[in-house]
Design a protein around this ligand. Structure first.
Ligand code: NAD
Length: 507
């Protein structure tokens, strides 16, 4: 029997009102690893009601920021204590390798809470304006207040980290939340809610409802009592959310898809590029929104670079994500495996040359139910091809040759997306200058995937709206209030009243 995970509403673990459940599959072997209560609209409404009530009670929303920061530090500590459990659960449900979830994800998650707490401690929650002649005299204070109830919707690729990206700032600024994880991967979000409770975060501040996006997600997005939506997922769903949220004029943060370009300049170190470009593309089997999936290389260097990339790709160990020897695990599902294989077919049809991979790897029988794909490298890709324009979300690297650097920049920017980009070169000043011309929210020079909790992350163009992390994210989870207190008690000195009253004309 797989373990049962209830919903988490108002500090209580509860079944869905319909008593329905759904199964979570381990993508490494295709076996059921958990059964989860399947929320419906009524459960979402109840979670929103509880979040609203908790928010209005002031039990968390009126706690001083310094105390809230202490809670974030406590949560970070508790995450560190339960790191092993979180990492192995994350690996089981998402197929992210244990090497990565244990070696990086849990550390990043804990750090997200610590750094958000530190940023909160120095964040300008209150600002007094200098006095001016008119209107006045008066005392004018600008204060930051929580937004209210935030609906957080997360995808399946990095469920734990991405929940942390949203939960840490939402809690920091005093909001109450309803979070809906992706149905493939609800387990670590449910465990996080338990951790928050252990740390003493008041019940009802964080509520978790796992269930279908089209039903539960939309119920949250359209609910009048939800003040803000923070969504991470595909651009297609992001567009719909933006539309739906407009009916109640909700604030919206959207972290969407990408098709990130990496430009290799002629002086780049080929050894560094061949490892770095594969790290950029094949980490988590290419299922990272900012994966460097388009490698734009000088035409005359293409063959040599491809030779190196292929040699290196062949050393990546594919297998069960739970084994520490595994460098690349499965993709999330059989459906995703099919999607990726279809993209590979489309690349072949459009005339790209398959340099490596392109198939389901041969693996031990115990992994037959898993959804694996070989790391795949296409060369001679034209940027107009479907494999270069659409987000594949699988381990497929497109090598696109260029002639001049101006061409390379044009190709890099020729996409609807703008999440990340990169430049590989020994001339870092030149690389930075090119980086400034790339229309993307994050640009790496000679590296990839280097995200940090004190640096804002988000998309240009159709990769999204708003930013996560950095002090910038605290603006996203708060709103601005201007408090004007008049210092003119004598009605006869309020010269501005003459704008309305005739009696002033006589004075
Ligand atoms: P998805 O858009 O299918 O689903 C994301 C979440 O939205 C899930 O929880 C899903 O249940 C929910 N959802 C689906 N339809 C909905 C609707 N109509 N209303 C409300 N919620 C709905 O994305 P996915 O397949 O889970 O994740 C992969 C995508 O996420 C990729 O496009 C990837 O680039 C993107 N992503 C972006 C970032 C970023 O920071 N920019 C990070 C990770 C993933």
């Amino acid at each position: 029997m797989s373990q049962f995970y209830p919903l988490f509403i108002g500090g209580k673990k509860v079944p869905a009102r319909s008593d329905e459940t759904f199964e979570v599959i381990n993508p490494s072997n295709g076996k059921v690893c958990a059964t989860v209560a399947k929320a419906g609209v009524e459960d979402a409404n109840e979670a929103i009601r509880v979040a609203r009530e908790t928010f209005e009670s002031g039990i968390w929303s009126r706690v001083p920021p310094g105390e809230r920061a202490k809670m974030l530090f406590k949560i970070a500590n508790r995450i560190a204590k339960r790191a092993q459990e979180l990492a192995s659960l994350e690996t089981t449900q998402s197929g992210g390798t244990l090497r990565r979830t244990m070696g990086s994800d849990v550390l990043q998650l804990a750090q997200q809470f610590t750094v958000t707490g530190q940023i909160l401690n120095s964040f300008p929650m209150r600002e007094e304006l200098p006095s001016i002649g008119w209107p006045g005299p008066s005392v004018n204070v600008i204060e930051r207040e929580p937004v209210g109830v935030c609906g957080l919707i997360t995808p399946w690729n990095f469920p734990m980290i991405l929940a942390g990206w949203k939960l840490a700032p939402a809690i920091a600024m005093g909001n109450a939340v309803v979070i809906k994880p992706a149905s493939y991967t609800p387990l670590t979000t449910l465990l996080l809610a338990e951790i928050f409770q252990e740390c003493g975060l008041p019940d009802g501040v964080v509520n978790v409802v796992a269930g279908p996006g089209a039903l539960v997600g939309e119920a949250i997005v359209t609910h009048a009592e939800v003040d803000k939506i923070s969504f991470t997922g595909s651009t297609a769903v992001g567009r719909r959310i933006m539309q739906l949220a407009s009916h109640t004029v909700k604030r919206v943060t959207l972290e969407l898809g990408g098709k990130s370009p990496a430009i290799v300049l002629r002086d780049a170190d080929p050894d560094l590029v061949s490892e770095g470009a594969l790290f950029a593309t094949f980490l988590h089997s290419g299922q990272i929104c900012e994966s460097g999936t388009r490698l734009i290389v000088p035409r005359e260097m293409q063959d040599n670079l491809v030779e190196r990339l292929v040699a290196k790709a062949s050393t990546i160990t594919i297998g069960n994500a739970m084994e520490l020897t595994t460098g690349m695990g499965p993709v999330i599902s059989k459906a995703q495996q099919n999607t990726v294989l279809n993209y590979i077919q489309s690349g072949l049809k459009e005339g790209a040359i398959l340099a490596y991979g392109g198939n389901i790897p041969v693996l031990p029988a115990a992994l037959a139910g898993g959804s694996y794909i070989q790391p795949t490298i296409f060369k001679n890709v034209d940027n107009s091809m479907k494999i270069a324009q659409e987000e594949i979300f699988g381990p497929v690297l497109c090598i696109i040759p260029y002639d001049t650097e101006e061409d390379a920049i044009r190709i890099a920017n020729d996409t609807i997306y703008g999440l990340a980009a990169g430049v590989w070169s020994k001339d870092v000043v030149k690389a930075q200058n090119i980086g400034r011309r790339l229309r993307a929210g994050t640009v790496w020079i000679n590296d990839w995937h280097m995200l940090r909790p004190d640096a804002p992350f988000g998309g240009y163009k159709q990769s999204g709206l708003g930013r996560e992390s950095g002090y910038q994210v605290l603006f996203e989870y708060s709103q601005t209030k201007h408090l004007h207190t008049s210092m003119v008690p004598d009605v006869n000195q309020r010269t501005w009243y003459q704008l309305l009253f005739d009696s002033w004309a006589a004075k």
